[in-house]
Ligand binder design. Structure first.
Ligand SMILES: Cc1cc2nc3c(=O)[nH]c(=O)nc-3n(C[C@H](O)[C@H](O)[C@H](O)COP(=O)(O)O)c2cc1C
Length: 198
């Protein structure tokens, strides 16, 4: 059971994540997700698609052909970084990734992907593949319009959910009167919290 100070922080994070899921302009709507490419860190921006404190996960969507999927298959450890310059709050999550592909979760989620986003999974090339010449990696017929349902469903085979199961959260709030920093550690249904020097 968290004490009152940590409970307030927890509730505030939950509120901000909820807001980010509803509002695409929210600073937490995108975050930096790190994997390991061999021994080197590899970062990219992704869109927040789902968040659960109760079940300790963050979801983003991707294309199975993108290099990060192989990187996570070789080493499932991740770090995810959020920053809001409005709230001056940085969140740093750590844990292990699970990749969902063509299962019940992706099947259900695919229904809520907008037709415009579904276009991203129709690219003839693998994301990050080297090209002979420029190509936007979306088919010509959907360059200026959304695909029909039948056309977009071809993209389902490439669609994956990257589920980031976190077990650690490093929270930092910048404040003139003294920054605030703490760590939350998630173990099964227990949460331990302690202060860190900012
Ligand atoms: C604002 C923004 C949002 C992005 N969202 C995603 C996303 O949700 N999923 C994704 O796979 N790539 C997303 N990208 C592209 C990635 O940052 C990256 O370029 C791409 O996924 C290839 O990454 P990889 O070679 O590390 O696999 C986004 C890029 C930007 C700039």
């Amino acid at each position: 059971m968290l004490n009152k100070e940590f409970q307030e922080i927890y509730k505030n994070i939950e509120l901000m994540m909820d807001e980010a899921l509803k509002n695409s302009a929210h600073p937490y709507r995108t975050f930096s997700l790190a994997s390991l490419e061999g021994k080197s860190p590899n970062l990219r921006t992704v869109v927040l698609r789902e968040f659960s404190f109760e079940n300790c996960f963050i979801d983003c969507h991707s294309d199975i052909r993108s290099p990060k999927i192989n990187e996570f298959r070789k080493n499932d450890k991740f770090s995810a970084l959020f920053y809001s310059s409005e709230e001056k709050i940085q969140l740093r999550f750590k844990g292990r990734v699970e990749i969902f592909h063509k299962n019940n979760v992706t099947k259900e989620r695919w229904k809520s992907v907008t037709p415009s986003s579904k276009r991203c999974y129709l690219g003839p090339y693998s994301p990050s593949e080297q090209l002979e010449k420029y190509h936007p990696n979306i088919p010509e017929n959907v360059k200026f319009k959304n695909p029909s349902e039948d056309d977009s469903n071809v993209g389902y085979d490439n669609f994956v959910i990257i589920r980031c199961h976190f077990n650690e959260l490093d929270y930092l709030k910048l404040k003139y009167s003294g920054h605030l920093r703490c760590k939350l550690v998630f173990e099964k249904k227990n949460i331990n919290a302690f202060w860190l020097a900012p």
